[in-house]
Write a protein that binds this ligand. Structure first.
Ligand code: GLY
Ligand code: MN
Ligand code: MN
Length: 439
């Protein structure tokens, strides 16, 4: 876990980028699962990144137009023993100041009456509309009142802007203390994959394997899975977001597992491995696995500062399409196939995404015409895959798929840190070479 200083450095950087606009960043709220039972609490990553405060129904204000020592204001749930006996203790306003470094703190129910005063004098309001309906109605009312007042006050209208461009640019570049946590998430996630592979046997149910993985996450002190674990035997692996995890594992099938943990401070791992359930690849499975692995390893080799995620995807696609051409699963000229996307019935997703406090982490991939260049400290996944089934039509001019290939779904996914040398594969402890996957 980080110390207070880390969060205060982030706030300083964020405040400096706001350019006089006041930012309103709400915490997450509890969400009902059914009846009166809630989903486990999941903090809003932007709010967490700036505060380290892990309670619902709070709002953070960042007020660069006010003097130093009055710029970070937290509205929080007040201490209430009658509620805390049910839901657990709260930090309250005193804790918000003493433990989380707020300059000023108020009970959250005072937000409607105080927000307008705090925003007065700002050059703009930075608030993400569309995500936080309760706070949004307050912010819009204040902004609307301000617009109404211009006719008589003679002052200029202040804009409502999105805080994401500044904040997400900041979150995209991970600092050393964050990378330490991402290494920890990668370590636990990779260990869980190793345990799962050594445990899985024909005849088991997918969710028995899921249990081994998620047990390890919890045993290692993680919060739990970062996303719904995918444990997909055989043809289930061809459904990209398969999460029902309730089929029997068949002798002769592959097992695709896409699972990663989320730490208590929300840093995530995201790993996919695919291996034969009985410890032995068939020749078709092996052939496709070799293509996917070659594609993934080439893409990882292509990672270094100055490259971009689109180039990494392009490398993965090229190697993949070459391999599928060699196997007769595609037909035609390599460049035309790539240009026309005539491989997308077999490989229909992108090669990766940013990874951080969100699994599909924030940060632009391109600005207008310009792809964002990879820089030291960025973390991305590299996860090409091939999924062979009847679910998508074969494009005109491409060969019909022979039965022997069907039901093969393979993805290999690693979490990769961009460093000076190129790629540092954080998840390499989860084995992926054919030799090591066979028993
Ligand atoms: N597990 C989500 C993803 O790989 O993007
Ligand atoms: Mn994944
Ligand atoms: Mn991923």
């Amino acid at each position: 876990m980080f110390d207070l200083h880390v969060f205060s450095q982030r706030r300083e950087q964020f405040l400096a980028q706001l350019g006089g606009a006041a930012a309103v960043i709400p915490a997450a709220t509890m969400v009902k699962h059914h009846a009166d039972c809630d989903y486990p609490f999941r903090q809003n990553s932007d709010f967490w990144y700036l505060t380290g405060f892990d309670e619902p129904d709070a709002v953070a204000l960042f007020l660069p137009h006010r003097p130093l020592g009055k710029q970070f204001v937290l509205f929080v749930l007040p201490k209430e023993p009658g509620i805390e006996i049910w839901d657990g203790s709260r930090w309250g306003t005193e804790g918000a100041i003493d433990q989380f470094g707020a300059d000023i703190a108020h009970p959250i129910d005072e937000l409607p009456k105080r927000l307008g005063d705090y925003l007065k004098g700002a050059d703009g309001i930075a608030f993400r509309v569309g995500k936080h309906p309760k706070v949004e109605s307050l912010v819009l009312r204040i902004w609307s009142d301000h617009l109404d007042s211009l006719q008589r006050s003679g002052s200029a209208a202040i804009p409502l802007v999105a805080p994401c461009p500044f904040l997400h640019r900041q979150r995209l570049r991970k600092r050393p203390e964050e990378l330490e946590r991402m290494r920890e998430a990668a370590r636990i996630s990779a260990e869980a994959h190793e345990l799962a592979r050594n445990f899985a046997r024909p005849g088991m149910n997918e969710r028995q394997v899921q249990a081994i993985i998620e047990q390890h996450f919890l045993q290692q002190g993680a919060r739990g899975p970062a996303y719904s674990s995918i444990v997909a035997g055989g043809d289930n692996a061809c459904v990209l977001h398969y999460t029902s995890n309730n089929s029997v594992l068949n002798d002769g099938d592959l097992l695709l597992i896409d699972a990663g943990c989320s730490l208590v401070d929300y840093y995530n791992g995201d790993i996919t491995r695919t291996f034969p359930i009985n410890g032995c690849f068939t020749s078709e499975q092996r052939a496709i696995y070799e293509v996917v692995l070659a594609s993934q390893e080439a893409a990882i080799r292509g990672i270094c500062p100055g490259q971009d995620a689109e180039q990494v995807h392009a490398i993965a696609v090229r190697v993949m399409v070459e391999g599928l051409l060699d196997l007769g699963l595609l037909r035609g000229d390599l460049d035309s196939l790539i240009e026309q996307g005539a491989y997308r019935h077999l490989y229909m997703h992108r090669t990766g995404h940013w990874l951080g406090l969100d699994v599909h982490d924030v940060g632009a991939y391109r600005l207008g015409e310009h792809p964002i260049e990879l820089e030291k400290g960025m973390v991305l996944t590299v996860e090409p895959g091939v999924y062979i089934s009847d679910r998508l039509p074969v494009p005109e001019g491409q060969p019909a798929i022979e039965e022997r290939w069907k039901g093969i779904g393979i993805r290999v996914e690693d979490d990769v840190l961009v460093d000076e040398q190129g790629a540092d594969v954080l998840t390499k402890a989860a084995v992926k070479s054919i030799d090591l996957l066979q028993r």
